[in-house]
Design a protein around this ligand. Sequence first.
Ligand SMILES: [Fe+2]
Length: 287
Amino acid sequence: MENAQNPRTSDVASLVNLTRYPIENLDTPAGRALIADCRRNLEESGALVLSNFVTPTAAALLAAEARALDWAVHQYHVDHTVYFEPRNETASDGHPRRRLVRTDKGSVPYDLIPSSALLRRLYEWNPLLAFVAAVLNETALYRHGDPMAALNINVHDQGQQLGWHFDRTDFAVTLSLQESESGGIFEYVPNLRTADEENYDGVANILAGDRSAVRQLPAAPGTLTLFRGHFSLHRVSPGSGPSKRLMAALSFAHEPGVIFSPYARKLFYGRETPVNPTATNPALGAV
Ligand SMILES: [Fe+2]
């Protein structure tokens, strides 16, 4: 007989391909081997791609759930530099500090994703947080504290794209839910800059169309990706076809309670105030 007091999180756990990725049991030989493997891959290329992280059934459920949130999509269009900093008008033509790229996409914010949604429950599931922390070799990691930014579903309709950029954060976690028929490819140039060297010439070459160092990541539905994007220039190419590209962005932070400024919320989500602003993030969690 099932223990009614302990529904556990079995329905959430069953989304994940635990045979291949035993994230509930990291302190076992199989769990330790998984973490070592993940760390090595992330170290080598700055990108860790875990295909079939959720089962095909789960991926289909999560995609259907995301499609049903079409009403909640906020459209975001902006021309920006690869640094997401104001354009330097005095720089020369073609200089990365002056050149603008286009980003246009839709986004469903965390506060409009129902608490019953499987995606949200997966994000709020502590073994996932512990797994990400272990891969990053972090002793303390939290789910992002912003009630709008913590978990997003990024939606790319036909022709929409994410322009070349460097992330301000040091890593990003995404879960692929649905691909467009063509395009919509995640492309990146590993370690194009360092903490000491901006490599403006290299960045300018990529913006001018140099493809020689560009790599692509697969994103079949169900793929979980950890990407270090602070030094690696990256983008999502324009997609085409009737299917929208759906990608969940799961945000984590090194401190609890990190929130976006009202300006950033307005920019990305069109609102400064979350729905039900008195509600606290249900489970920041910590490892
Ligand atoms: Fe990025």
